[in-house]
Write a protein that binds this ligand. Structure first.
Ligand code: ADP
Ligand code: MG
Length: 282
């Protein structure tokens, strides 16, 4: 591992934890000492300071932290939309430079093209990657079926509810069969009921497909419900200070995760961290 530790186990007065997930320690994405500064006319922002993380193949890892601590910047760097000032990233041992075709990104803001049907929106990433038309359609329909939207494939996206539109966004990202799926507060704009339904859907999809997912949220319960591990960010400068194992049994749809004593313990610890009551683990 890098200089990031599983600090919760070491520091919290809790029962020793062991990873509950089926994923091994095989690293798919290595992020090493990534720094990023933004200079504007008025100020210099240290968005990321030496962020190191090893993402394991097939895991669901969430990044949690208050607004402005660099979570989106890290995801954008992983996707190649921004480049780091220093440090590096490796996907399956290959250094990442520029936009990667191996990742896909689900934005908070769904951004579906209104003049294209649902299925044409889902096929977009495949088009960019030069996949032939017939195969594009077949693959787009396959993922639409997976997210339960095959029946509205020909509809324009604006005729769908917010939750359905976000599922189209997820389908679009999955259609390219990414090595790592990046999700940046994907359910942030949805009402609580839709959000909870989508959390269950994404948990089921992840279990079925085995895709590695990096997920940004500021909703602690969402992170606990979905994740194998949770990375905690601190602001000013943006740092990843701890990575916690979420040692709760799966499938988590079988019981009330929120009421589980370990979930309560994790929530309390993370909330305290978010309030800035704890400094980084040395
Ligand atoms: N393109 C940019 N230009 C200037 N500042 C930026 C830019 N992108 C992000 N920042 C700043 O970097 C910091 C981290 O931003 P961000 O990664 O969006 O945080 P988060 O996603 O955790 O809310 C913030 O202070 C933000 O204002
Ligand atoms: Mg953000």
């Amino acid at each position: 591992m890098s200089d990031v530790t599983t600090g919760f186990v070491a520091t919290a007065a809790a029962a020793p934890s062991k990873p509950s997930s089926v994923v091994g320690n095989d690293v798919i994405l290595k992020i090493e000492k990534v720094c990023k500064t933004f200079a504007t006319v008025e100020r210099v922002v240290h968005a990321l300071d030496r962020v190191s993380l090893e993402v394991r193949r097939g895991e669901f890892i969430s990044l949690v932290g208050i607004s402005g601590c660099g979570k989106t910047t890290l995801l954008r760097i992983v996707d190649g939309l921004e480049s780091p000032d220093s440090g590096g990233l490796w996907l399956d041992g290959v250094k990442l430079e520029g936009v990667s075709r191996e990742m896909s990104y689900v934005f908070q803001d769904i951004n579906l093209l209104p003049w294209r049907s649902v299925v044409e929106n889902v096929a977009l990433g495949l088009e960019v990657r030069g996949v032939p038309k017939a195969e594009r359609r077949e693959r787009a329909m396959e993922v639409l079926d997976m997210v339960g939207l095959a029946a509205v494939a020909k509809s324009p996206p604006y005729t769908l509810s917010g939750g359905m539109q976000q599922r189209v966004g997820v389908a679009r990202a999955l259609a390219v069969r990414p090595k790592v799926l990046l999700m940046d507060e994907p359910f942030g704009q949805l009402d609580n009921f839709t959000r909870e339904a989508l959390q269950v859907e994404i948990a089921n999809l992840w279990a079925k497909l085995g895709t590695t997912i990096m997920f940004v949220t500021h909703d602690v319960d969402e992170a606990i419900f979905l994740s194998d591990r949770i990375g905690l960010f601190q602001p000013g400068p943006g740092r990843l200070t701890e990575v916690l194992d979420v040692d709760l049994p799966r499938p988590r749809t079988d019981y009330d995760v929120r009421a589980h004593p370990r979930a309560i313990e994790l929530r309390a610890y993370i909330t305290e961290h978010l309030r800035g009551a704890r400094g980084p683990v040395q």
